[in-house]
Design a protein around this ligand. Structure first.
Ligand code: PHE
Length: 296
């Protein structure tokens, strides 16, 4: 067929007709051969080799961040004890972060928490205790809430510290609430979350917004209390601060401190997650490395 244009004009027509009929003949013979051998053209073979009974490719499904999972687990335990979940803003008034929590401007305990200021009286909250005040302003007793969320502190980042981390606050106010109730609730939480073998102990402590106050330790779940680097070879690790709500806090929210008592606690979510899963560096939570995150 390529030769046609090179021929003298008067020869082209006949030659062309001849070539064409030859082509038709060859095509027909080929088709016959193909169907005889039942050989299919490649594209058709591929299409029919597709086996619809093979399992499909699973779509990529993400999962919850380990810290979100821990918060969900904590919520579940406290839900079973009758606690509601409350939230407050991360950008907060100084009043809620300090004043209303019995931390006046000249109080020395402000230094540890003196945080990221947006304006003179607006800051990133350094603790979820702010939510205690916001809830009590809105609600009369009985109050029974937990409040998870992010907090911010001017801490230098290392394996155990971060300028941003998560807390879960707890608050229960009613008539006749005692320190024994606080201990009982924390005991139930620790057993439910860490398991029956974990021990709890309370050490006297100080927080401006609770009196008396305690720091709560659990037996180190990494070494079973035998002593390791995570618990500084003491067998115990601190997981939360707690205490009975200070009457000055009730005053700020116009609760009758003669009639009502209550307890509050605040726990570090990163710390709890690290203990539960044996994670030794807090920075792993924030690096978005799927090799880490996909293990949970
Ligand atoms: N807000 C305290 C902290 O961040 C923890 C705490 C909460 C202590 C409630 C007592 C009562 O360290």
């Amino acid at each position: 067929m390529k030769l046609i244009p090179t021929l003298p004009v008067d020869k082209r027509v006949d030659f062309g007709k001849g070539v064409n009929s030859l082509k038709v003949e060859i095509d027909a013979a080929l088709q016959e051969l193909i169907s005889k051998l039942s050989v299919q053209p490649v594209s058709k073979v591929k299409a029919e080799l597709f086996d619809v009974t093979l399992p499909g490719k699973p779509p990529f499904v993400g999962k919850k961040h380990p810290l979100t999972q821990t918060i969900d687990d904590i919520k579940e335990v406290f839900a079973s004890l009758g606690f509601d979940v409350a939230y407050g803003p991360e950008v907060e008034l100084e009043y809620y972060n300090f004043e209303a929590l019995n931390i006046p401007a000249d109080h020395p305990s402000r230094t540890d928490f003196d945080t990221f200021y947006i304006k003179d009286d607006v800051l990133l909250r350094s603790q979820t205790s702010t939510v205690q005040i916001r809830i009590m302003e809105k609600q009369k007793p009985p109050v029974r809430i937990i409040a998870p969320g992010r907090v911010y502190r001017p801490d230098t980042v290392d394996a155990r510290h971060s300028f941003m981390f998560h807390q879960v606050e707890g608050l229960l106010v009613d008539e006749g609430v005692s320190f024994a109730d606080l201990k009982g609730v924390l005991y139930q939480f620790i057993k439910a979350y860490f398991g029956q073998n974990v021990q709890m102990r309370l050490r006297p402590s100080f927080f401006p917004f609770t009196e008396p106050s305690a720091e709560v330790d659990i037996s180190c779940s990494i070494c079973d209390g035998k002593g390791c680097s995570v618990c500084s070879y003491s067998g115990w690790v601190e997981i939360l601060g707690a205490g009975m709500v200070d009457p000055n806090v009730f005053k700020a929210v116009h609760y009758d401190a003669e009639k009502y008592t209550g307890f509050a606690f605040g726990m570090g979510v990163e710390r709890i997650t690290m203990l539960k899963y044996g994670i030794n560096d807090i920075r792993l939570f924030y690096e978005n490395d799927l090799r880490f995150l996909s293990q949970f």
